[in-house]
Design a protein. Sequence first.
Length: 411
Amino acid sequence: MTRVVVTGLGAITPAGPDVASTWATLVAGRSVAGPLTRFDASGLDARIAAQVEGFDAEALLGRKRAHRTALFSQYAVAAAREAIADAGLTIDEDLGARTSVHVNTGVSGVIPTAEAVTALVREGPGAVSPFFVPAMIPSVPACEVAIDQGIHGPVTAGALACASGTAALLDARRLLLSGESDVAIAGGTDAPLTPSLLAGLGRMGALTARNDDPAAASRPFDADRDGFVPGEGAVVAVLEREDDARARGARILGVLAGGALTSDAYHLSAPDRQGRFAGAAITQALARADVAPSEVDYVCAHGTSTPANDRTETMALRASLGDAVGRPAVSSPKSMVGHLMGGAGTLSALVCLLAMRDGVIPPTANLETVAPECEGLDHVMGAARRTPVRAAVANAFGFGGQNCVVVLTAA
């Protein structure tokens, strides 16, 4: 069976407007979390976030289109354009018919929804934008990418909470292997920073309360962790069958060797207490990729910095890797750019691929004292680690017990 490879990457994150700036920030181990400035957050319990700065939607899309589209769609288009250029592709009419798009989201169009509800309450139905519905539905980012690039192949979208971006990669892989598409554009996007969503997450106890020290607030696996920092952005990859990519002389970043989806079927927000089905997803993904636990060099952890997630993810890694659990390096990019929600899983895949390319693994920022329940892993602390990476695991675990794991290997 031919392999599926990644030939292009694009990103717009709180760390920067492209892959290069995002990667440089992660390798430097620098947190970009800060006070929320997008709106008045003074009444919220959690008043910090990792925000995308300086984004100019009108420059990207033109004034009319920017006015009609939601921010999570705009991020997706920006990341997709970079990924396609990075892959060295020009999508003409022929290629557009053979290309698929898979852009997932975790929380969908919460900004246009908040705006529409506010307008309805304050001024009545006539104040609701006619563009509200097409702006907020979860399939729109994928459709916007297809419109932007003239893509007429399959376009899919899904919402798997924080596992959304990783699941999009597996959707793309299936269509490539089935022959339904020859090129796939896949990733995740979210722009969730609204008062209502952050108030809800705060009420759940999911967010950090470190408002006075934003840069140190996200601290996955640390004994003093207390919740995650919300973030936003999009990360998109271009995938192809290996023989096609090599035939056109494409640069190959790595192989999407396998993956797995499982469900905790336990609780709407809390993970299974033993991490059993997250561990099963890791085990199944490795088996499908034909990678032994002893061959894993790096785990890009879901690592949200919540007490429950980091503990159960550690348990899942112990169960799935067994005696090899201490071998792979482990780190979490959420410690620096916050939780991108729908984009988080694809960001983890990006980190795995660039770690393979450069032989460097970003650290988990702010990890000073490993919590007792998170011991036994080879945490990358303090600074990036230079080491060869040939096989990597990217974990993504979402509300509702949605677990998605992908395994990436060097070409």
